[in-house]
Structures are given as structure tokens and as C-alpha cells.
Design a protein around this ligand. Structure first.
Ligand code: ZN
Length: 328
């Protein structure tokens, strides 16, 4: 059994330590028209290769999953170049973002079957003319509820999942929506262990997490370090609760970080926040590094009593089991 990476199929026995939800490059639609910014592709590739190489050599990460939505600047050729130069397995996905922040007009007009056709083609044949095949499917929904338009894309993803067998990785917004996504995947005939419900660590309530894992899906604690959404102390407390509750095999740890961003953010940033970002950029610590999970969050889990065997089995074994489609 294997997983499709941007440089070809890799045996599941070789995917090793895996970060299940990170990004290389993000570009919101329209940023390409902002002529005030110049994107230096070569400099970006060099920086990404440096960061992925550090992850591989220092922290033992072998596989990096980048579930970049199609319309957020997903660039399969760019991912392939970075994967080759850093010797990191990089997995990309097919699938769009959610209504409030994405979903191109052309694809809004398509039927679920037409959208599924695109997803299946990207998984089985490749993305555009790159020859790069998607290794998973991305689904995203907003808050407070899944819109009817988002539901069509979720249905398309479900069709593509059942046709190809590759798993689904989701985005939930503001720590809500996981139970609705789970119900919708169930109604569309997708097996729960084929779904990683993302960003559940954005909800502080352990009862929410319990509801998610009790349904048999994988749960994403995949915004580690994003203090804007939730303090890591809360993430660590809740992750330990899940392990102690017998759900270690269902947890995915990742950070939803990136190392390249086109133009400004897709929201207004306060002058204070911008000053902080500028200062970090000047000292070379912006965007914040992928190594944070290992340098800062793993020690927090140790402080709370988890053993290294428990912590690293989450990173070393759960992703392999997810891609293998083993029932939990
Ligand atoms: Zn993401």
C-alpha cells in the first residue's frame, strides 16, 4: 500500500513521521493583482527547502501534507520542486475552500458530479499538465452551519472518496462544524475512519472533542502554535484528556503554518499586529517555523505526563494508519 506524494507513490511503510496539516505557499484569489508586491519564486523555494530540510534532519519528519485548497494558490509544480530539493515527501490534495473565503464562480455553477469528476481526475491522472497526483481530498466549511453550496462540494468530495479510496482532510471554522461535517459524510456513505476533521483544537470544550472521536473519525489538533485561535495550554490539556480517554490512535498533531504568502492577509491586520510581524520578519522568525511543535509543544505534553512513546506514536503511526484506511 502506498500514498501518492507530489514526487510519486511512497510505500506506507516509508512515510514515517508525518505532519498532516501544514502549508508551503498560500495565495488568496486577487493577490496576484497587487502590483505592490513582488513574489520572488527562487527565494521562496530556497527558504522552503531550508525549513523542510531542518524538519527532516533535526526532527525526523519524513512526510509533509499540504492540504492547500485549489483556489488558495495551490501550485503542484512548486510543491514538487520543493519536495525534490528538500528530500521530503510532500502530499497535496484536491478540493476547494469554503464559501465565505473561496469557491470560484465557475465551480459554484457545476453539479456535485462535475466537481467529483475534477477531484477524481486530479487523484487518478494528475493536476493540470503537471503529472502530480493528489493524495487526499480537502473539504472546508464555514460557521455557524454548513451552507447549501458547501454541502454540494462536500457531496462531491464524498463521491470522489468512495471512487478512489483516498482519505478526506477537512477545515472547520472557529472550532465549530465538526459534528455537522461528520453527519454529512455519514449521510454520503463515507466511512468515519476515512475522515480527518480538522481544526477541532479551535474549540476549548472537551465534550466537543469527545463527540468527534466517539463518531470514529480522526481529530485534528492541527493549529498548534496559532494562539490567535486558542492558547496552546488549552490544546495540550485537551489533547492529554483524549489520550487518557483511550483515543490516542485518532489524534493528528500539526500546525497549519506556511512559509510563503502572496501579498497581504485576507483580513485587516491591526497596526500593533503588523508591527509585531514586521519585527519578526526583520529578525528572520516570520513566518514562524514548522519546528515549533517539537521545540515547544512536545515539552508541554511531557509536562502533562505523556511519555515520548505516546507523543511520537501520534506523529509516527496515526498518519500511516489513516492513509492505509485501517478501521480504528
Ligand atoms: Zn490549512
Amino acid at each position: 500500500m502506498s500514498v501518492q506524494t507530489v514526487t510519486g507513490a511512497v510505500a506506507l511503510s516509508d512515510i514515517g513521521r508525518t505532519l498532516m496539516h501544514e502549508h508551503l505557499f498560500i495565495a488568496f484569489a486577487g493577490a496576484e493583482y497587487d502590483s505592490g508586491f513582488h513574489f520572488d519564486r527562487a527565494a521562496f523555494v530556497a527558504e522552503a527547502v531550508k525549513r523542510l530540510t531542518e524538519l527532516r534532519v533535526v526532527h525526523g519528519v519524513r512526510t509533509f501534507v499540504d492540504p492547500c485548497p485549489i483556489e488558495l494558490g495551490r501550485d503542484a509544480g512548486l510543491m514538487k520542486e520543493i519536495a525534490e530539493k528538500s528530500e521530503m515527501n510532500v502530499v497535496c490534495t484536491t478540493g476547494f475552500y469554503f464559501e465565505a473565503m473561496g469557491l470560484p464562480i465557475y465551480w459554484r455553477a457545476r453539479t456535485a458530479e462535475e466537481i467529483a469528476e475534477l477531484y477524481i481526475r486530479e487523484i487518478e491522472k494528475g493536476i493540470g499538465t503537471t503529472g502530480v497526483r493528489a493524495g487526499a481530498i480537502k473539504v472546508a466549511t464555514g460557521e455557524p452551519v454548513i451552507t447549501s453550496l458547501e454541502m454540494k462540494f462536500l457531496e462531491a468530495a464524498s463521491m470522489a472518496q468512495k471512487a478512489t479510496g483516498v482519505p478526506i482532510i477537512t477545515h472547520t471554522q472557529d472550532g465549530v462544524g465538526a459534528p455537522d461535517q461528520i453527519a454529512a459524510f455519514g449521510a454520503n456513505g463515507v466511512a468515519p475512519h476515512k475522515c480527518l476533521i480538522g481544526h477541532c483544537c479551535g474549540n476549548a470544550d472537551p465534550a466537543y472533542h469527545k463527540r468527534v472521536v466517539d463518531s470514529g473519525v480522526y481529530i485534528g489538533f492541527d493549529r498548534i502554535g496559532l494562539h490567535r485561535f486558542m492558547p496552546d495550554e488549552t490544546r495540550a490539556d485537551n489533547l492529554v484528556k483524549l489520550v487518557r480517554g483511550g483515543h490516542r490512535k485518532q489524534i493528528m498533531m500539526s500546525q497549519d503554518r506556511h512559509c510563503g504568502w502572496l501579498g497581504k492577509f485576507a483580513r485587516q491586520v491591526s497596526p500593533a499586529e503588523q508591527a509585531k510581524i514586521d519585527a519578526m520578519r526583520a529578525e528572520g522568525t516570520w513566518p514562524p517555523p514548522y519546528s515549533y511543535l517539537f521545540t515547544d509543544f512536545v515539552p508541554m505534553l511531557r509536562e502533562r505526563g505523556l511519555t515520548d512513546a505516546e507523543i511520537f506514536s501520534i506523529l509516527d503511526e496515526n498518519p500511516r494508519r489513516f492513509f492505509a484506511g485501517e478501521a480504528l
